[in-house]
Each structure stands twice: as C-alpha cells, then as structure tokens.
Design a protein around this ligand. Structure first.
Ligand code: AKB
Length: 319
C-alpha cells in the first residue's frame, strides 16, 4: 500500500524537489506538501498543499488526522549561517518541530519519519578526512548542536518507543532548480548562477576550503532509498554519514572555467569561514553503502555540466 505522506517545509531547497519526486512515485493524492507560506507556487499548485507551522503541535496533529498521514518528512529547519544570527530561533524551530513529529509517532498517529541531519554534527575536534560514522562530535554551531541533539533523540525514540525514524547527514546540496537559504555550503550553488550572470564570483570562503557536497538528484535518491529500505536494513537510527564528492571553491571555479573560459573568482571570507573550517573535508559513508546500498552518481564535472546546461535553459539570455 502506498504511504500517505506529509512533507513539512515543502517549499524549501530539498523539500520542493523531494515533493516533486514523491508525487511522481506515489501519486499526487498521496503527498500533502506544507510550509509556513506560499513561497513556491509550483509546489502549491501541483497537488495537495497546507499552510503549516512545524512548531504548532495542534495544527500539525489536525493536518495529520485530516489526511490520514502515516509518513512524515520533516524538512523545515534553520541552517548553519542563519542559525548563528538567530541562535534561539534556530534551537526552537529545529528542536520543537522534531519533538512534535517524534511524539506524534510515539502516540501512534504516524508510522514512519524522515528527519534530515547534516555534516554540521561534526566539529573542530572531529577527524577531517574520511570522517567515520562514529567519531568525536563536538559541533560549534547552533545548527550543528540541534542536529546532533536531534540524532540522539531519534535514536532514543527508536529504542524506547519503537518509532521508525530514519535520517542521513546531508553534505552541501547543489541544485539548479531551487536556491539554498542560510547555509555555509550555499556558495557552491551561487557560484554557478554568478558564473552565468556576471562571469565573476566573489566567494565567502577561501580558495582551499574543502567541503563534502552532493548534487540534488543524489540527495533525493538517498532520501527515497533510505525510506524505502526494509526496516531491518536500517541499523543506524541516529543518522547515516552520506557522501558523494568533496571539493574546494578553487576546484569548482576550475571546472566552470573549462566551459566558461572568461569566468573569474575572488575570495572574501566572512563569518562562514569559521563554520566551514569546523566541518569535515570528506566523509566515510561505508555504512550507508553497505546497509541500504547507497551509491552516488554525480562527480564535480557531472555537477558542473548539469548546473550550467540547466541554468542556461532557465535563463535563455545566458546561452
Ligand atoms: C549548511 O551549510 O548549513 C547546510 C548543511 C551542510 O547542512 N547546507
């Protein structure tokens, strides 16, 4: 039987592409998209949509009962850079929304939960190269703290209350369809837009700042795969390390230059440099690969080619 799905934060960067994918797999009538505002009309107009504040337990419960939801994807969150500006707001949004969903699962209103974690769970004391699944985790951002604490609670609700919650630690996600908002890895999307519009990009990280990244199609595939996997293959109930590629701003610039030889880049690091410096450079995701057969498809050259080709199509003056 098809799941009856609620996506919270469906107008955001990952939520919007996840909504389209889940509607294509399970059918428009099976997927209710929700967000705090109508800020993605494609999502609002392409199927069931509800205005929903993830921090409002009563409204969340009403929505779940109204549509007989059994599966929730909780994609609403405040990311790392914005979280540093509004620490308490980040804590409240990221934690309250998770508790509401976990408690509704505990009380039997929903059966299955997807909640995204992030490489931000790691911190300056974590080994930076091929960061293992189990290692030192002392996050130094508010966002990272909420994700690490959230992971502990997910595992707790699975162990104590048998809540079927599944999670992955997303790296920076790159897409031509949606813009990220408020993250430290956002430069890796902005750079492609600016390469086409201005032939120049001023990067807020230094040229050698290596971070784990992933093309959106791979991130969506991982999300669908982990949720479709049999429960017994999900052996980690905190969150899985997940990796595709790692690169520096200089390496992206070089890969863009192969297609746009006039492109130039400069570097003006800001407060996000400290955040990036606290995160791993690369991730060991063997557990995800072994437990539920995770495989990525896109490397840096593949990402650059998809980004430039599709952004040119979206804004024909760039072709
Ligand atoms: C961010 O930069 O905050 C996010 C993340 C890595 O979770 N993209």
């Amino acid at each position: 039987m098809s799941p009856k799905i609620l996506i919270i934060g469906a107008c955001g960067q990952i939520g919007s592409e996840l909504t389209v994918k889940l509607r294509s797999i399970y059918g428009n009538d099976q997927v209710v998209a929700s967000d705090i505002s109508y800020n993605n009309l494609d999502i609002v107009n392409s199927g069931l949509f509800e205005i929903l504040d993830a921090q409002d337990y009563a409204s969340l419960k009403i929505c779940i009962e109204k549509y007989e939801i059994d599966t929730v994807y909780l994609m609403a969150a405040m990311l790392s850079a914005t979280g540093e500006k509004y620490p308490m707001k980040a804590w409240d949004l990221n934690m309250n929304s998770l508790f509401h969903v976990l408690n509704l699962a505990k009380e039997g209103f929903i059966k299955k939960v997807f909640w995204p974690s992030s490489i931000a769970v790691f911190g300056p004391t974590t080994p930076k190269i091929n960061t293992p699944q189990y290692t030192v985790m002392e996050p130094s951002t508010v966002y990272g703290i909420t994700k690490q604490v959230g992971e502990r609670w997910c595992e707790y609700y699975f162990n104590k209350y048998n809540v079927d919650v599944r999670s992955i630690r997303y790296p920076g996600i790159i897409s031509y369809k949606t813009l990220p908002g408020g993250g430290t890895t956002d430069y890796a999307v902005d750079i492609y837009h600016k390469a086409l519009s201005d032939s120049h990009y001023d990067c807020f990280l230094t040229e050698g700042t290596e971070l784990p990244m992933m093309f959106m199609d791979d991130a969506i595939k991982a999300t669908v795969d982990i949720m479709q996997a049999p429960a017994e293959s999900i052996k980690i109930r905190s969150a899985y390390n997940l990796a595709a590629v790692s690169f520096t701003p200089k390496e992206v610039a070089e890969s863009i230059k192969k297609q746009l030889p006039d492109f130039t880049i400069s570097y003006t690091p800001d407060f996000r440099q400290d955040i990036a410096d606290s995160w791993p450079k690369s991730i060991d995701d063997s557990e995800a690969r072994n437990h539920w057969n995770w495989k990525h498809q896109f490397d840096l050259e593949g990402i650059t080619s998809e980004m430039l080709t599709n952004l040119k199509k979206k804004t024909p003056q760039h072709s």
